[in-house]
Ligand binder design. Structure first.
Ligand code: NDP
Ligand code: OXD
Length: 316
């Protein structure tokens, strides 16, 4: 048999959990864990997450790279990236996890939970004005696999949901805005901005003061809210802190940061209007994500087309 081995290059994630899941699903398949690769010519597939420098080069028979997450910004900037197809994660488990996180954060701000938690700490009993969900306009940047699912759940909760993407998308009940021309109109009707964009050269740094100033100022919650579950590189944290202090933003939920872990001295940690999670919105589960990867490998070996391919030119 020709090259058929899998290399796990999972950066900060435990490689053994991924290797074990491969072994459970395909016990005959050789698996190596970077940097322990005795036979480089045997490697046909790489399963990668933030791969260490050099972990993707020098494999003459490499056929496919699999990103262990939905985002591929951890792979694409590499100058020495091999010219083979890249498959990313599209999986109902990961999608459901992200939708849970987005829904939790939208409701946290909508139901004023940060203010109630602060009141509870000082034993204060005071009811705050509470708009109905239908009075609140949620805008989702990125109407892809994750944005679409979150949109459908938020719509069922009653929120007025719109989305923004590169190309127009059709989701029943969700107003679709597409492209740079429609961006300001999208922002101008948005009270709670949810960002589920990929990090690309076009989207880097997009969540900054000029954008925050264009959000709706006539919403039922008072000032607009920012929720970012996409990537830290999309946001300018100094601008978020300033916008919160100046009342341009009324609150924020952040799962991703310019530098991760978020440095201890960041003012965001202690900000009363900010909810922080440690890039945990949608965890990649080896037991759940490896079986579809193995199915794709079997398809590839049988000459069938790969799915969930990354468009290298678009960057996602
Ligand atoms: P998709 O590729 O399915 O969707 C991306 C969406 O963003 C598409 O709607 C796309 O538009 C839109 N988009 C891309 N570039 C632009 C642009 N320049 N202007 C406007 N819209 C743009 O990705 P997923 O939904 O699967 O994932 C989104 C991101 O979520 C990932 O890239 C990753 O960074 C992040 N993520 C974070 C996790 C976490 O734990 N925090 C977990 C998983 C993912 P179009 O529809 O026209 O193509
Ligand atoms: C992903 C992530 O991209 O976990 O899947 O961030």
């Amino acid at each position: 048999m020709g090259a058929n081995a899998i290399l796990i290059a999972s950066g900060p994630w435990d490689p053994h959990a991924w290797a074990d899941a491969v072994h459970d699903g395909d016990p005959e398949r050789p698996v190596f864990i970077w940097p322990d690769v005795p036979d480089r010519a045997a490697i046909r597939y790489v399963l990668a997450w933030k791969p260490p420098r050099g972990a993707l080069t020098g494999f003459p028979n490499l056929g496919v790279m699999f990103s262990l997450g939905a985002g591929v910004d951890h792979l694409l900037p590499a100058e020495d990236l091999p010219d083979v197809p890249i498959v990313r994660v599209v999986d109902p488990d990961l999608t459901a996890r992200m939708t849970e996180w987005v829904t939790l954060q939208v409701l946290l701000h909508h139901r004023r939970h940060l203010a109630y938690a602060a009141q509870q700490r000082v034993h204060r009993w005071r009811e705050l004005p509470q708009p109905a969900a239908r009075e609140v306009r949620v805008g989702i940047m990125g109407l892809g696999v994750l944005g679409r699912d979150a949109a459908e759940v938020l719509m069922r909760l009653g929120f007025a949901v719109a989305g923004w993407s590169r190309r127009p998308q059709s989701i029943a009940g969700v107003e679709s805005f597409a492209g740079a021309d429609r961006f300001d109109a999208f922002l101008g009707r948005t009270d709670i901005l949810v960002c589920l964009l990929p990090l690309t050269p076009e989207t880097r740094g997009i969540l900054a003061l000029p954008l925050f100033r264009k959000l709706a100022r006539d919403g039922a919650l008072g000032a607009p809210t920012l929720i970012n579950g996409g990537r830290g590189g999309l946001q300018v944290e100094a601008d978020i802190a300033q916008a919160l202090d100046d009342g341009i933003l009324g609150g924020a939920s952040l799962d991703v940061f310019e530098v991760e872990p978020l440095p201890k001295e960041s003012p965001l940690w202690d900000h009363p209007k900010v909810a922080i999670t440690p890039h945990s919105a949608a965890w990649s589960s080896p037991q759940t994500l490896v079986p579809p990867i193995l199915t794709q490998i079997r398809d590839f070996e049988a000459g069938r087309p790969l799915t969930n391919l990354v468009d290298r030119t678009a960057g996602y």
